[in-house]
Design a protein around this ligand. Structure first.
Ligand code: F6P
Length: 472
């Protein structure tokens, strides 16, 4: 019987060392939820990094056994590999380039070498598990070379690849010294998925201009195979968020927070720490709102949750300092004894508490400079029940292609963002509810389970079609 193997840089369980014991913490992320029914099914598995540097062979064996019981196969990485492959090539070369921050990208041969070596390491780990006719679904920019490596070793496997970040214009991709190798790596897959048609078109254009391959109707002809490229906008586990928001715990948090905020109206901002998210720009826009519309002073506050991320990468550490400084400056300028303009938290929160913030907020600011999709926008929508709420959404988030009832803004236009905040705070409840209901219907329907199903069905269909063509 053929099996399905999921591969991503991180496993859905994170192993952490606390004092002298190890803890195993399941990820609550959308991907883990969406793929749960696949990798946990009999014979299937998920291959990835458990987030821990093991101390010796005994510990490695212990972690392997524990994870194996939950259908996971760990790939152990050393501190040097994490520095050069993860912080280096993945997050200092690919991440800035693919998000149109080329000026922040570094081009280090040692980082590239580590990227190749770690992709090979993942390849060996998958090959230990994969039979000749298995289905392998690879995720994201850390593993762009893996599809071709696996294809070479297992020519008959069904291989899917999904990119969770934007695929940028050809002009950005062509800057990379290793552009052809990266594209060829992806072409090992049978089906390549993106969040939007825009990213898909950029990819097809790069393949045609850099590799000279024919691309037509979402298909790429290589000398040996025809492969398919398509858009699959990722969703969330809608009911999980809706349930969390309706839970007694979330309602209690909401009551407590409202009291503490003296019933001030709430604008909400939630992000992982990242320069792509436009956090500093958003703070400046909020300060301008208070300056341009003094009537909102003491009436409105911004709750800003920044979830720690990649803090070993220089740019992230610098951004953290910039945010700390901006929040301090704006609060010092505008606060009164009974009102604080910005409530800033640098941590992650449990689901019910997060859901209570979504309930509390009248306006959510999702204004990234670039974002593959942005699931915070969808989580806000799922938590709003039927009481309105306005989403202000950047036109450069993948989610803007679907959520046309949000207030869509250009995140570099601070003035437009200020006006959008003002309009959102003034919007009649009825209009809020109409817009929210339309977005809820869409986000509920195209949830993460539908996303998984669509991709897997399309992958199976692509393979059948290839087979039919080959035998004709
Ligand atoms: O958006 C891309 C992504 O890799 C997500 O899949 C992930 O949740 C997030 O960035 C954070 O990534 P990490 O902490 O693994 O660098």
């Amino acid at each position: 019987m053929s099996q399905t193997i999921i591969v991503s840089n991180r496993l859905p369980t994170k192993v952490q060392r606390t004092d002298d014991s190890l803890t195993f913490q399941s990820s609550e992320g959308g991907l883990a939820t969406g793929l749960g029914s696949i990798y946990q099914a009999e014979g299937n598995m998920w291959v990835g990094w458990p987030g821990l540097f093991v101390q010796d062979a005994a510990e490695e064996q212990y972690v392997t056994e524990q994870l194996r019981a939950d259908s996971m196969r760990p790939v152990f990485l050393t501190e040097t590999e994490i520095r050069d492959y993860y912080e280096g090539f993945s997050n200092s070369t690919l991440w800035p380039t693919f998000h149109y921050f080329s000026q922040l990208a570094t081009y280090e041969q040692a980082h590239w070498d580590a990227y190749v070596a770690v992709n090979e390491k993942f390849c060996r780990a998958v090959l230990e598990q994969a039979g000749p006719d298995d289905t392998i679904w690879i995720h994201d920019y850390q593993l762009l070379l893996l599809p071709a490596m696996l294809r070479e070793a297992r020519p008959n496997c069904t291989i899917g690849f999904f990119l969770h970040i934007p695929f940028p214009s050809y002009e950005l991709i062509r800057v990379l010294p290793w552009r052809a190798e990266l594209l060829r790596g992806m072409l090992g897959a049978d089906l390549i998925g993106f969040h939007t048609y825009g990213y898909m078109r950029h990819f097809l254009s790069a393949v045609s201009q850099l590799l000279g391959l024919p691309t037509q109707n979402g298909q790429i002809e290589t000398p040996t195979r025809t492969l398919r490229v398509d858009a699959f906008p990722m969703g969330i586990d809608y009911e999980r968020y809706a349930r969390a928001a309706a839970s007694p715990a979330a309602q209690e948090y909401e009551v407590t927070y409202r009291k503490a905020l003296h019933d001030a109206r709430v604008i909400l901002s939630i992000d992982r720490l990242d320069y792509t998210k436009g956090i500093a720009q958003r703070l400046r826009a909020f300060a301008l709102l208070l300056q341009r519309y003094p009537e909102w002073r003491e009436k409105v506050c911004l709750i800003m949750l920044v979830v720690p991320s990649r803090d070993q990468v220089t740019e992230y550490a610098a951004l953290k300092e910039e945010i700390d400084e901006l929040v301090g400056r704006i609060n010092a300028q505008y606060r009164t004894i009974s009102w604080n303009p910005i409530h800033y938290f640098y941590r992650s929160l449990p689901l019910e508490e997060l859901a209570s913030l979504y309930r509390l907020a009248e306006v959510a600011l999702v204004t990234p400079m670039r974002d593959g999709m942005n699931l915070v926008a969808k989580e806000f929508i799922a938590c709003k029940a039927d009481n309105g709420g306005v989403l202000i959404l950047s036109e450069r988030a993948g989610a803007a292609r679907e959520l046309a009832d949000a207030l869509i803004i250009n995140p570099t236009d601070t003035s437009q963002l200020v006006e959008a905040m003002h309009d959102a705070l003034m919007m009649p409840l009825e209009e809020q509810q109409q817009r929210m209901a339309a977005m809820q219907a869409l986000v509920r329907r195209y949830n993460v389970f539908a996303w998984t199903r669509l991709f897997m069905n399309q992958l199976a269909y692509t393979k059948i079609k290839q087979h039919t063509l080959a035998t004709e």
